[in-house]
Design a protein around this ligand. Structure first.
Ligand code: SAM
Length: 195
């Protein structure tokens, strides 16, 4: 075990991490079927590219960013094999290059809830740098009601409101199903709009 987060995440991708099941989260599928997340999309903390590739296969132009080189290699391979409009960068979502943007929307499955709570403001600020006014961020996390004995941080509505207080409006906060390799847990989907 290492203290360096990037190395820790990279080591997780030596095998099959528990969040990686190759299937898009049902909450994302519902959003896409409802016509959301259109245009140029950022997948923040994209991992092995499951969600980025799902979106690209449905006509979106996607950029995935992840701190793990191994995850990004896997994501690139999948996109290449499927001939998808998805590109991937090794990078820190807390310090996104503004030149990566502008995006129409950002999707985050499991990054916000994995961050140390003290990093949340920096993350919201970094996302704001690549999403112009009107852009939306969709943040999918373990909900407060998720079992507390394993996994990442639980995310309450108040956590989202606090982190995205500056430069964002919370459009929606709803409970959804969050699939993991082991079991389904209560998830929280936050929809945020840049102002
Ligand atoms: C729980 S995994 C979710 C991966 C992917 N979104 C999915 O749903 O399969 C969290 C991901 O966030 C990445 N990550 C953690 N901290 C990060 C940071 N500061 N910047 C970019 N990616 C980060 C990890 O490498 C990991 O791939």
């Amino acid at each position: 075990m290492t203290d360096d987060p990037a190395t820790w995440w990279d080591e997780a991708y030596e095998g099959d991490p528990p969040w990686e099941n190759g299937r898009p989260q049902p909450a994302l599928v519902d959003l896409v079927e409802a016509g959301a997340l259109d245009g140029r999309i950022l997948d923040a903390g994209c991992g092995a590219g499951t969600h980025a590739c799902y979106l690209a296969a449905r006509g979106r132009s996607v950029v995935g960013v992840d701190v793990s080189e191994r995850a990004v290699e896997r994501a690139r391979l999948t996109a290449r094999e499927r001939d998808l409009d998805a590109t991937f960068r090794v990078g820190d979502a807390l310090d996104l290059d503004p030149d990566l943007g502008p995006f129409d929307a950002a999707f985050d499955c499991g990054l916000f809830h994995a961050l140390d709570p003290v990093q949340r403001d920096a993350y919201a600020h970094s996302l704001a740098g690549v999403l112009p006014a009107g852009g939306r961020a969709y943040v999918l996390s373990f909900a407060e009601r998720a079992p507390a004995d394993w996994g990442p941080n639980r995310v309450a509505g108040a956590d989202v409101r606090e982190a995205f207080a500056d430069g964002w409006r919370v459009r929606d906060l709803r409970e959804v199903r969050f699939e993991t390799n082991d079991t389904d847990v209560p998830g929280s989907l936050a929809v945020l709009r840049r102002v």
